[in-house]
Write a new protein. Structure first.
Length: 395
C-alpha cells in the first residue's frame, strides 16, 4: 500500500500549481478526481509541446488522476460536485480569489456539506491579503517576491528562473500542508482551510538573500551564478562547455589546492587563505581558476576535481540529463503508452520510500476519461441518468 491509500482528493486545480500538488499526493497513493470543463478541460491541455494533438505539458503533471468533466455553470453540475464533496477528504483549487465564492463553493459553504473536509487554495497573493482578488502567475510571484531581482547577471535585466518555480514550490508547500492537515484530522477529527500564496512561498525560499537584508540592510543584487558568501562557488567556462565548482569551506579550499598542482601556490596567498578573503577577492580568483578550466574538457575536469574530493559537476543540457546513466539508475524517467499520444516519457517522482512504492504510476487521463466511472461506481448514477447528463451538457 502507498502512504495515502484511501484518501480521496477532489481537484479543481488547473494549469500548474495545484495540479503539481495533487500529482505528488497521487504519487503517494491518494485517489485524485480531477474536475475539468466539458469540451476544453484544464487550460494546460492547450499548452505545447503536442504529440498527436495531446499536450505533453498536461501529460507531464497530471499522472495518477481521474478526469471527470463537469459543467459548474449548470445547477445539476453543482449538485454532482456537492455529492463528491460529501465523500471526499480534501478539495483543492487555484482559481482567482473570489471565483469559488461566486460558484457557491466557498469554504464556509463546503463545510456545511462536509464539516471535516480539508480545503486547500493556492493563489498569487493569498486569500487573506491587502491585494484582494489580484491575479498572479508564476512570473508575477517570482518578480514580486524578490527572486527575479537576484537572478541573472548585473549587466542584464532581472531574469525569471528557468522553470515555473513559484507554481511548483507553492504546490509542494500546499502538499505538505495537506499532509499535516490530514494528520491533525486523524487526531482532532477536524478539517481546516489552507491558504497558500505563491509570493509567500517565494519569500520562504529566498534563503540568504532575505537574511542578508534583515541583518545588514544590504539589498541583494544580481551576481550571476556565484554564491554571495562562498568562493569559489560558481560556473566556470571549459574547453567545450561549462562546469560548476562548489568550495563550501576552507578545508575544501585546501583540498582543492593541494590535490590540483596548478593551484598549490594559492595556499600561500593571503588574499585567498580564508573564505572571507576569497569572497572579497573573487574578481581576482575566478579568472585564475578559469584560465585552467578553459584548457580542459568538461568531462575531464569533473573527473579530476571529483577525485580530489571537491564538489563539482557539468552544466548539462536537458538531453544530457535525460541520457545520464544515473537518471536510469534512479528510475527518474516515467515511460508509458498513451492511447492518443503513443509512447511518452516524462520526469518521474523523486520520492523514494523504502517500504511504499512512489514510482509506479498511471498515465495522465484523457479529458473526461473517468466521468462515467466516477458517476456510476462512486455516486451510483445509472446509465440512463449519465446519458441524460451528457445530453444536457452537464458532463
Amino acid at each position: 500500500m502507498r502512504p495515502l491509500e484511501g484518501v480521496k482528493i477532489l481537484d479543481l486545480g488547473h494549469v500548474l500549481a495545484m495540479p503539481y500538488c495533487t500529482m505528488v499526493l497521487g504519487d503517494l497513493g491518494a485517489e485524485i478526481i480531477k474536475i475539468e470543463k466539458p469540451g476544453s478541460g484544464d487550460d494546460s491541455r492547450k499548452f505545447g509541446p503536442f504529440k498527436n494533438g495531446e499536450s505533453g505539458y498536461f501529460i507531464s503533471i497530471n499522472r495518477n488522476k481521474k478526469s471527470v468533466t463537469l459543467n459548474l455553470k449548470e445547477e445539476k453540475g453543482k449538485e454532482i460536485l456537492r455529492e463528491l464533496i460529501e465523500i471526499s477528504d480534501v478539495i483543492t483549487e487555484n482559481y482567482r480569489p473570489g471565483t469559488m465564492e461566486k460558484l457557491g463553493f466557498s469554504y464556509e459553504e463546503i463545510k456545511k456539506i462536509n464539516p471535516n473536509i480539508i480545503y486547500a487554495s493556492i493563489c498569487g497573493f493569498g486569500q487573506c491579503s491587502v491585494y484582494p482578488g489580484r491575479p498572479g502567475y508564476d512570473i508575477i510571484a517570482q518578480a514580486f517576491g524578490g527572486l527575479m531581482s537576484i537572478t541573472g547577471y548585473p549587466e542584464n535585466p532581472p531574469t525569471r528562473v528557468g522553470s515555473s518555480l513559484a507554481d511548483i514550490i507553492s504546490g509542494l508547500f500546499t502538499a505538505i500542508s495537506i499532509l499535516a492537515s490530514l494528520r491533525n484530522r486523524d487526531i482532532t477529527g477536524k478539517g481546516e482551510y489552507i491558504d497558500t500564496a505563491m509570493v509567500d512561498c517565494i519569500m520562504a525560499v529566498l534563503e540568504n538573500a532575505m537574511v542578508r537584508y534583515t541583518v545588514t540592510g544590504e539589498i541583494p543584487k544580481r551576481i550571476g551564478s556565484r554564491h554571495p558568501s562562498l568562493t569559489p562557488f560558481d560556473v566556470f567556462e571549459t574547453k567545450d562547455g561549462h562546469l560548476v565548482i562548489g568550495v563550501g569551506n576552507d578545508h575544501l579550499w585546501e583540498t582543492f589546492c593541494n590535490k590540483i598542482p596548478e593551484f598549490t601556490y594559492l595556499l600561500q596567498d593571503e588574499n585567498f587563505n580564508t573564505n572571507e578573503s576569497r569572497s572579497k577577492n573573487e574578481l581576482i580568483l575566478k579568472p585564475v581558476i578559469e584560465e585552467w578550466t578553459k584548457k580542459h574538457k568538461t568531462v575531464d575536469l569533473v573527473d579530476i576535481i571529483s577525485k580530489a574530493g571537491v564538489p563539482c559537476g557539468p552544466v548539462n543540457t536537458i538531453d544530457k540529463v535525460v541520457n545520464d546513466p544515473n537518471t536510469k539508475h534512479r528510475k527518474m524517467l516515467f515511460e508509458f503508452d498513451h492511447p492518443i499520444a503513443g509512447k511518452m516519457k516524462t520526469a518521474n517522482s523523486p520520492l523514494n520510500l523504502s517500504n511504499t512504492p512512489c514510482k509506479t504510476h498511471v498515465r495522465a487521463p484523457i479529458l473526461g476519461e473517468h466521468t462515467e466511472e466516477v458517476l456510476s461506481k462512486i455516486l451510483g448514477y445509472s446509465k440512463d441518468e449519465i446519458e441524460e447528463l451528457k445530453k444536457n451538457k452537464v458532463v
